[in-house]
Design a protein around this ligand. Structure first.
Ligand SMILES: *[C@@H]1O[C@H](CO)[C@@H](O)[C@H](O)[C@H]1NC(C)=O
Ligand SMILES: *[C@@H]1O[C@H](CO)[C@@H](O)[C@H](O)[C@H]1NC(C)=O
Ligand SMILES: *[C@@H]1O[C@H](CO)[C@@H](O)[C@H](O)[C@H]1NC(C)=O
Length: 795
């Protein structure tokens, strides 16, 4: 029906005439569609006004408009029709007004008549609905929920009424439906969006009007799906496994975790961090927040922790996070040297410890694992010890040889331990072991025997020599104490001769020695250590006494001064070179000290007699002549060869006579040079000598007899009895130290006395005898001029 109506508007202008309205005051109204062609007849005006056709031209009918207004219709005066004069666009003239009326006036003259003509312009559907833009862009967050509405600006149609926008339609799509109410057009989210699937959606919205034919306008709605943080980061693995050698350097990358987030922008920005982990882990590892690299920042020690399980978190920009696990197993590196522990030690060990004795226990530890903790142990070669493996990591330290503190008193035993890692590590420990002393060394004298030389007449207490013995043992076991071994010398205890300083070994003389008494003796000195039991050794000390020129020569013949009757007879016929007498002297000293020389120091007639320097023989130097004085007097000096030399002098009275009767008074002989009755003096002299000897013998016998009954006189220790006797004797203790059992007192008064020797042997005890008594124990043999008296007094 509507189609029929529009067909009428379009095709037949006459139809509108039916709508002619005849107002009471003469207004005429016409209604017709817009956009009719110029010249199209709107109505028969003449007829409608009831006028003759010719009357219009006669009456100069015309359409008047206001000054400014456009004239849209005109009158054809010839036939009285009102026609379209200009294009009538309702939308242009009236816009959205529902009715659009153009007012014109018809003016007739003669008489002047004015008719108002109202032209009702009818809308035709000549405009399609139109959207403001060709494309509408809207952004919708993917998180938008179902039912969410998004307003779309509506379409416009300048036509009015039915010809304006009547409905919308949305091209079918997955997500949106359309909801219209009144003028509002809304997109309703019917199915949720997912940016990750579809980022852009194009919708086509069509607006339709109600005209006939119907017109439409479309717009493309470009929906951009905005991201919502609807995706959690996703790790590439649930568990990351890594192996890390211990002691890996700082900054070593252990493992890289990675997570992706399907979201976009900040929502897809993944950062990494540790989840809840212990402080230990935080001290050892760090994670790169951006890259996810787990690095070493601390010390990785297998011996502390063998593996780490770390929770790793990935977080996107808006805080959605997920977790994974990183399992880092640490592998052992041979970074621990073995440690040697001394568990027990017997220190010190006695030097007589038998080989094979356990002296210590050693334990070896290595903190590494597997091969890295397999340890071999050894000690250095040059010590008498070895290591014997015992249970597990224990070793015994055992002696392998005999110890000798005196050779090696301390051992530094170095125990080396090496593991089987690669490279191997080793360490060592030095054990100090001392060897304790055992008194196993006796003191040993530095020399096989000692000799001391001392001049006679030494001061008591003087040092003779010192002995030294060494004992390598320790402390009291090596402390040497010296002592004299008991013994006898010449029947007296050795302690009366010598003393030894127990600490220093210095030997002192206890008394003054007399060479003339004994020349040497031997003692035994013992060195003993202080150990328990003590050890000792003995040494012989020989003391040799050397001579000092302490005895003057003793003139035996002629008798000392005072015995003036000792006078020699010299035959008058004696030729030059005849032996007339001999001076006999002895010296108790020995050697040079007893080498005597004879000199005439004064004589009555210096040219007549000479004396043999060494023999003491007095000879005539020339033949005796008558003119020579009968009494001759010689003073002879006897000197020994000591330094300084000692001497003695004697006077020798010589009587040149053949007859003793001629001898003058004896008492004058020393003063009178004249011939005297020498012979009588000689007789007197001989008698005297004989008497003298007899008395001598008797006295000796007497004394000796008495002495046997007297107690022995002994020395009291340190003080030696000075022995001043005449003539002095001299002792000879022979090399073996035994005394001769017989007492031979030999005085050799020989003519060839260059080696004149006075030998006196006495026992020690005889020293106590007064000198004059001793002298009587003499085996006297002397030659005397032409006669020889030999007396053997073997007592
Ligand atoms: C042992 O070591 C100590 C200390 O290092 C040292 O004084 C000593 O002389 C050493 N002993 C030996 C026998 O090497
Ligand atoms: C001395 O040796 C004995 C064993 O003969 C020993 O018992 C003692 O300890 C030693 N003394 C010292 C000071 O070494
Ligand atoms: C040393 O002499 C003493 C006394 O005669 C004796 O007891 C000791 O055994 C001797 N020592 C040695 C080592 O001969």
């Amino acid at each position: 029906m509507m189609d029929g109506k529009t067909g009428v508007f379009q095709t037949c202008a006459f139809y509108f005439l039916l709508l002619f309205l005849h107002d009471a005051n003469g207004d005429i109204s016409y209604s017709f569609p817009e956009e009719m062609k110029r010249g199209s007849v709107i109505g028969d005006l003449a007829k409608d006004l009831g006028l003759e056709t010719g009357a219009l031209s006669n009456r100069r009918a015309r359409i008047d408009t206001d000054e400014t207004e456009k004239r849209y219709c005109d009158i054809n005066v010839n036939n009285g029709e009102l026609v379209v004069a200009d294009r009538i666009d309702r939308e242009g003239l009236c816009g959205e007004k529902a009715s659009c009326i153009l007012k014109h006036e018809l003016v007739l003259e003669n008489p002047l008549e004015l008719h108002r003509i109202n032209l009702h312009i009818q809308d035709i559907n000549d405009n399609p609905p139109q959207f403001n833009e060709e494309t509408v862009n809207i952004e919708i967050r993917e998180s938008a929920v179902r039912g969410a509405r998004f307003v779309i600006e509506e379409a416009h149609d300048v036509d009015v009424g039915q010809n304006s926008v009547q409905q919308y339609s949305l091209k079918k799509n997955d997500h949106f439906i359309l909801a219209t109410s009144g003028n509002t057009v809304e997109l309703v989210l019917d199915k949720e969006l997912d940016r990750e699937k579809e980022q852009d959606i194009n919708l086509v919205l069509t607006a339709l009007d109600g005209g006939s034919p119907q017109r439409s306008g479309t717009v493309v709605i470009h929906v951009t799906v905005l991201d919502a943080n609807d995706n959690v980061p996703v790790f590439s693995q649930a568990v990351y496994k890594a192996s890390l050698p211990e002691n890996s350097p700082v900054d070593t990358v252990v493992v890289t975790v990675s997570a992706t987030d399907a979201d976009e922008g900040i929502n897809g920005d993944v950062t990494y961090d540790f989840g809840h982990v212990s402080d230990d882990v935080k001290n050892i590892f760090s994670i790169d927040h951006k890259v996810g690299q787990i690095r070493v920042i601390g010390t990785v020690d297998y011996e502390t922790t063998t593996s780490f399980e770390i929770r790793v978190k990935a977080k996107d920009g808006l805080g959605l996070s997920s977790y994974a696990k990183a399992i880092i197993s640490i592998s052992d590196v041979n970074d621990n040297a073995p440690v040697v522990n001394l568990k027990s030690l017997t220190n010190p060990i006695a030097e007589n410890t038998p080989p094979g004795t356990e002296v210590g226990i050693i334990n070896v530890q290595d903190r590494d694992s597997d091969n890295n903790r397999q340890v071999r142990c050894s000690i250095q070669q040059n010590v008498p010890f070895k290591l014997v493996p015992s249970i597990k990591n224990y070793y015994s330290l055992v002696t392998t040889g005999q110890l000798d503190r005196e050779l090696v008193s301390d051992y530094n035993i170095t125990i080396s331990a090496t593991d089987e890692g690669s490279p191997p590590l080793s360490s060592s420990k030095t054990v100090q072991l001392s060897v304790a002393d055992i008194n196993d060394n006796p003191p040993v004298f530095e020399e096989q025997s000692y000799s001391a030389y001392v001049s006679e007449n030494n001061k008591p207490g003087s040092t003779l020599c010192s002995v030294t013995a060494r004992d390598p043992d320790w402390r009291q076991n090596g402390t040497v104490i010296y002592s004299l071994l008991p013994g006898e010398v010449n029947g007296a205890p050795v302690s009366s001769y010598l003393s030894v300083n127990g600490d220093t070994g210095v030997i002192h003389a206890v008394r003054s020695f007399d060479y003339e008494q004994f020349r040497s003796f031997k003692v035994q000195v013992m060195a003993r250590d202080n150990g328990s039991p003590p050890l000792s050794s003995n040494v012989t000390v020989s003391v040799f006494i050397s001579d000092v020129n302490d005895n003057s020569p003793q003139i035996l013949y002629p008798a000392p001064e005072g015995n003036s009757f000792m006078t020699e007879l010299v035959p008058k016929a004696a030729h030059g070179g005849s032996l007339v007498s001999k001076v006999i002297a002895v010296d108790a000293d020995s050697g040079q000290n007893a080498w005597l020389s004879y000199h005439i120091v004064k004589s009555t007639d210096p040219g007549l007699f000479t004396i043999g320097v060494h023999s003491g023989e007095i000879r005539t130097q020339r033949d005796i002549s008558e003119s020579d004085s009968m009494k001759q007097n010689l003073i002879v000096s006897v000197k020994d060869n000591g330094q300084p030399s000692l001497s003695a002098t004697c006077s020798m009275y010589l009587l040149i006579s053949d007859n003793l009767a001629e001898v003058p008074e004896l008492k004058d002989i020393s003063y009178d040079d004249k011939n005297s009755k020498l012979t009588s003096y000689l007789i007197i002299a001989l008698v005297s000598v004989s008497t003298f000897f007899l008395t001598f013998i008797i006295i000796i016998l007497g004394v000796r007899y008495c002495r046997r009954r007297k107690p022995r006189l002994l020395f009291d220790g340190a003080v030696a009895i000075p022995s001043a006797y005449l003539p002095p004797n001299y002792a000879d203790v022979d090399g073996t130290g035994t005394l001769r059992s017989t007492y031979n007192y030999d005085a050799y008064l020989t003519t060839g006395s260059r080696t004149s020797d006075f030998k006196f042997v006495s026992s020690y005890n005889d020293n106590t005898l007064p000198a004059d008594q001793t002298l009587r124990k003499i085996y006297f043999r002397y030659s005397f001029g032409y006669s020889k008296i030999e007396t053997n007094l073997q007592l």
